[in-house]
Every structure is written in C-alpha cells, then in structure tokens.
Design a protein around this ligand. Structure first.
Ligand code: MG
Length: 211
C-alpha cells in the first residue's frame, strides 16, 4: 500500500516556528506570550490567535523573507527524505497553518518540490491580514486532508510538532513528533503511539529501514 505523508512546516521542517519569529521580532515577546497563553488555555482558537498575531506584523514580504533567511533553518536532511520517499512511491505534502508565500520560496531554496497547503496573508504594512485555507477553528483542517487520503485507500503518516498538528496526527495511521515539543507531549499524555524525531533522516530510516 502506498504511503501518503503529511508534513507540518514550522518547527517540523524548520528549527524554529517562522510565524512566531516574525510576530515576536515585530510585536515583542511579551505580546506574543500573552496570545500564546490564551491559545494554550483554550480561551481563543488557533484561527483567532493567528489572525491577531498576523495583524501585529507590519513588514513587507521582502522584509519578512530577509528576516527569516537569517533566523530559520530548514532541516538539511528534508530534501533527501523527500527524494527517498518518492523513490519508494510515497506521496509527500506540506500542510501548514503558516504563510504560503513565505514557506514556498524557502522550500524552493532548499531544493524541495512538493505540494504545499497553507494559509496566506495580505502583506499590509499596517498589519497583515490572514487569508485562511478553510473555515475550521484551526485555520487549516489538517485532519480532513488525512481522512481524505485514508478514504482514498492510502496508509497515512503525519509528521509534526505543535498544537496545529494534534488533530492531523490523531487521524493518521503512523505519527512522528519533533522531540520535546507540544505534539510529543500530547501523544504521550494520551497514550497514543508516536515516534519522536530530531531530523528527517531518522524518519526515513524508520519508514524504510536499510536492508
Ligand atoms: Mg509546527
């Protein structure tokens, strides 16, 4: 059976969450922490948090890309992982609650060509306006994509790190969670089988063990 692999972007393919880096560097850590506290306590939805955080960012797209180029690093083993996955007939797609027009160029620079499903923003220098990919409270219903792939007969794999990945990971047959992040803790607390990872070569080795 073919594998369909959904991969989160921020904090999963990258070392840091690029959306958080943008918000924190423009709005300050205190404002960001306050919104994250509200989110973690369940007082606001992820969709609402993203919209409010985006509105705090007053940068042009080139400014945002330049800032992230110096602050975020893509896992150097990700491009190789995608190559091996394709060699094994697997489908790999990136699913993100982050910003498509920022993630797309970064993946391209890393030499990765995979489908990308993400939110986006209008780059208003008076504050960004989020444009969400669907109507869900998460701002991007990743679980719906996993369910659709499963319904089409695929064996599904989910790779993620944070709150936006909880539902997508739950929906998948096989899960990988970035070490020491929210998704790993979420799975552990609920007794859900999940393999912790630090880099994508570990995931390739787990899915396709060398003979
Ligand atoms: Mg993430």
């Amino acid at each position: 059976m073919s594998l369909t692999i959904f991969v989160d972007y921020d904090g999963t393919i990258t070392d840091v969450d690029t959306f958080d880096v943008l918000v924190r560097s423009v709005a300050g850590d205190a404002t960001w922490h306050e919104l994250e506290r509200e989110l973690r306590a369940g007082r606001i939805t992820l969709r609402e948090a993203l919209a409010r955080e985006a509105a705090l960012v007053r940068l042009s797209r080139p400014e945002a890309l330049a800032l992230l180029e110096s602050r975020a690093r893509i896992d150097p083993t990700f491009a190789g992982f995608v190559r091996v996955a394709h060699e094994h007939g697997a489908w790999v797609g990136v699913v993100s609650a982050g910003i498509r027009s920022i993630i797309g160029p970064a993946l391209e620079r890393a030499g990765v060509d995979v489908p990308l499903f993400a939110n986006d923003v209008d780059f208003d220098t008076a504050g960004w306006r989020m444009t969400f990919i669907d109507d869900s409270v998460l701002g991007h219903d990743k679980a719906a994509r996993v369910h659709a792939a499963a319904a089409a007969g695929a064996r599904t794999v989910y790779v993620g790190d944070g709150i936006s990945d909880f539902e997508g990971a739950l929906a998948a047959d096989v899960r990988f969670a970035k070490k020491n992040r929210a998704l790993e803790q979420f799975c552990r607390e609920r007794g859900i089988e999940c393999t912790p990872f630090s880099s994508f070569d570990e995931i390739a080795a787990a899915l396709w063990p060398p003979c």
